[in-house]
Ligand binder design. Structure first.
Ligand SMILES: [Mn+2]
Length: 292
């Protein structure tokens, strides 16, 4: 029988639940992120070794992993999709599950972050966001015919409004509105920009996190497009693979991870690099949290 990474038949038996949210209504450029979650799970099943090189253990023997997929999200308005995701997350959090959200576009994260405010004071949870973009617009009215404050380019603005401190890593493009927003100290956002020979020290990033609790949000376009080419709005330059992994591992070692998401995977016809990379990151995050 072929083994699957999903070893908890019911989510109530799981330590961690992959919550699949194939939503992409506000995606601004290349579509396809709604096909991301299934592809990531397929890679986790078939291509990622369950044996951890770091911990010398089979993850499956120690961690109960469940899966829940939210169907029919696509027809919903961004706000309604977020509400549906929030309700599903609240349910899982009530059962003390660690939620690993797989998007879909970045706007799905707001549902998870809203649900977490019922369990934690957002001021005590820093969002470590790996992303090429700040996602700090108030809405997408400057490029969309149907502006929404729940668009993927507004996700961290909503999170900041909820009082989550945010540390952004890999940033290499932003609008004037976003620049003004993160430059205002009271908004509690630390931006680590990438550029020609500009690669921040991992310790400086970790030191910018001032809370006990941590949430990791990975927009795969934060990584170099050579590593993660299949994404809606790619930007040249970005995090190198091992750098990103080291940052994630050290962050989980130092702070208590309370939730995570990987978003904006848009599978390509002729490359599996992006979904494979996302699956590997998801696996490493879980293994570091539960076996570390
Ligand atoms: Mn993003």
């Amino acid at each position: 029988m072929i083994k699957t990474i999903i070893n908890a038949k019911k989510t109530k038996d799981a330590d961690v639940v992959f919550l699949l949210t194939p939503y992409e209504k506000t995606a601004s450029s290349r579509k396809g992120t709604s096909r991301g979650p299934d592809k990531i799970i397929a890679c986790l099943d078939a291509q990622i070794e369950f044996f951890s090189r770091k911990f010398r253990k089979n993850a499956n023997d120690f961690i109960k992993i469940g899966l829940q997929k939210l169907n029919n999200l696509e027809k919903l308005s961004p706000e309604k999709a977020v509400k549906k995701i929030e309700a599903a997350c609240e349910n899982l959090l009530a059962g003390d599950k660690f939620i690993f959200l797989l998007g879909g576009e970045h706007s799905v994260s707001v549902g998870h972050l809203l649900a977490l405010t019922k369990k934690y004071n957002p001021k005590d949870v820093t969002i470590l966001q790996i992303d090429a973009h700040c996602d700090l617009r108030d809405n997408d009215g400057d490029y969309s015919e149907e502006p929404s404050s729940f668009a993927h380019s507004a996700v961290m603005r909503r999170a900041s409004g909820l009082d989550y401190p945010i540390v952004q890593v890999g940033i290499r493009t932003y609008a004037e509105e976003e620049y003004k927003y993160f430059s205002d100290l009271k908004n509690k956002i630390t931006v680590f920009e990438w550029g020609n020979n500009i690669v921040p020290k991992i310790n400086d990033i970790l030191s910018a996190i001032k809370t006990k609790y941590l949430y990791i949000s990975i927009d795969v376009d934060g990584f170099d497009p050579g590593v993660m080419p299949g994404t809606g709005t790619p930007v040249q330059g970005g995090l190198e693979w091992w750098y990103g992994l080291e940052l994630i591992e050290k962050a989980i070692e130092r702070y208590e991870l309370v939730g995570a998401d990987i978003v904006e995977v848009s599978p390509m016809k002729d490359s599996v690099l992006t979904e494979y990379g996302a699956a590997d990151l998801a696996y490493q995050i879980i293994v570091n949290k539960f076996l570390g």
